[in-house]
Design a protein around this ligand. Structure first.
Ligand code: ADP
Ligand code: TYD
Length: 206
């Protein structure tokens, strides 16, 4: 029989604590003896990291909405083929900082949701076993996101209104898929948030 690991994605607006919490969960699971692959999107494989630079750097209007959707989908396909599927086949826990829900919301935001769903069905076709949504007020999250000085600012440049729209959209997705999603309040201390996430993952594993 084919071995199958566990696929966990983290979602939430920029600055909500995803990269902090994915690392904390990976450390915890490794400490209890699980094999963990910690990865992220866009990126996670050498080819997809090259696409990451194309989509996250430069001017906000660098790509049309359609081209941007194709680039994110191409990056995801490479990441799946080269990293996620092989890791799941050998029984690892894959923890991915953002996955297809981000595309549904960010690329689907301007009337392209049907195309997002069609491409997902055609080229991706998998969902995580568990999705941790770190929910957070957009006003509180934006200064956290801005405190990191990087060149990857195409989406952060869209500002507070986009973050608020994304927050509402993530909560709606969680509501529509309650079996897959667990919503945690990102406004608490990092330790409190980490403990809540550990509990959700332990419940799922048992
Ligand atoms: P994301 O990956 O969702 O953009 P990060 O984990 O990179 O978020 O967090 C953004 C910033 O906020 C970082 O400087 C991080 O240290 C800080 N941070 C993360 N979680 C918390 C928390 N619960 N409380 C306060 N600051 C936090
Ligand atoms: P990320 O590095 O996770 O940003 P942050 O740590 O600030 O949350 O992702 C960078 C940006 O890429 C983020 O603003 C959301 C965007 N994004 C999409 O638009 N579509 C996608 O499919 C993914 C995975 C990310």
């Amino acid at each position: 029989m084919k071995k199958r690991g566990l696929f966990i994605s983290f979602e939430g607006i920029d600055g909500s604590g995803k990269s902090t919490q994915t690392k904390a969960l990976a450390d915890h699971l490794r400490n209890i003896g699980r094999d963990v692959v910690l990865t992220r999107e866009p990126g996670g494989s050498p080819g997809a990291e090259e696409i990451r630079a194309l989509v996250l750097q430069g001017e906000p209007d660098r790509w049309s909405a359609e081209t941007e959707l194709l680039l994110f989908t191409a990056a995801r396909r490479d990441h799946l083929e080269r990293v996620i599927w092989p890791a799941l086949d050998k029984g690892s826990v894959v923890i991915c900082d953002r996955f297809a829900d981000s595309t549904r919301l960010y690329q689907g935001r301007s009337g392209l949701r049907d195309k997002v769903d069609a491409l997902h069905a055609l080229m991706i076709g998998v969902e995580p076993d568990l999705t941790i949504l770190i929910d957070m007020d957009a006003h509180e999250a934006l200064p956290r996101a801005k405190s990191r000085a990087t060149a990857e600012e195409r989406f952060e440049d869209f500002g507070l209104a986009l973050q608020e729209q994304m927050r509402t959209g993530f909560l709606a997705l969680a509501h529509a898929h309650p079996k897959r999603f667990r919503v945690v309040d990102g406004g608490h201390s990092a330790e409190t948030v980490a403990a809540e996430i550990r509990k959700h993952v332990e419940d799922h594993l048992s």
